[in-house]
Design a binder for this molecule. Structure first.
Ligand code: DQA
Length: 148
């Protein structure tokens, strides 16, 4: 069975490559998405990537995932991780399995980044591994089978 994976990037992740590279590295979002798409192909999965700076747009995309054949979501909600009950509720509402990813180790950073509205509903959380964290999440997603 071929997994359909949706990778969601939240606010400011469109600036990857130039944004605080000491925290987020030099890889651009396009480069990251290309690596993930290639990885998905080698794993026999399909991958769609989507970025928005807007909370409601991310909620709409999560809701659409319920109907468009998405099997698994990999999400870096950026700062909305720490603030958004709406994104949490959308993920809970569509009942799709997901992994939460952060490029940086949020637990080494400011205390307001230590809380996530998404983690307790996630199958897993990856933080601090840079782009490799997304790759690990895509590998996990590609082999994940939902219990029946
Ligand atoms: C981030 C960590 C968040 O705290 C921050 O607001 C981001 C990026 C990360 O990938 O490390 O925008 O999610």
């Amino acid at each position: 069975m071929s997994q359909s994976i949706l990778v969601l990037h939240g606010p400011n992740l469109n600036l990857l490559g130039t944004r605080e590279p000491h925290l987020y590295g030099h890889t651009t979002l396009d480069e990251l998405n290309a690596v993930l798409a290639g990885l998905a192909t080698t794993l026999g999965a399909t991958l769609t990537a989507f970025q928005s700076n807007h909370e409601g747009v991310l909620v709409d995309r999560i809701q659409a995932a319920r109907l468009d054949g998405t099997d698994f979501i990999v999400i870096n909600a950026g700062a909305y991780t720490h603030t958004s009950v709406a994104i949490r509720d959308a993920l809970a509402g569509v009942k799709l399995p997901y992994v939460e990813v952060h490029l940086s180790n949020v637990y080494k950073r400011e205390p307001f980044r230590h809380h996530s509205y998404l983690s307790d509903l996630a199958l897993g959380v990856v933080a601090g591994l840079g782009p490799l964290g997304y790759e690990a999440a895509v590998r996990f997603a590609a082999q994940h089978v939902e219990p029946v």
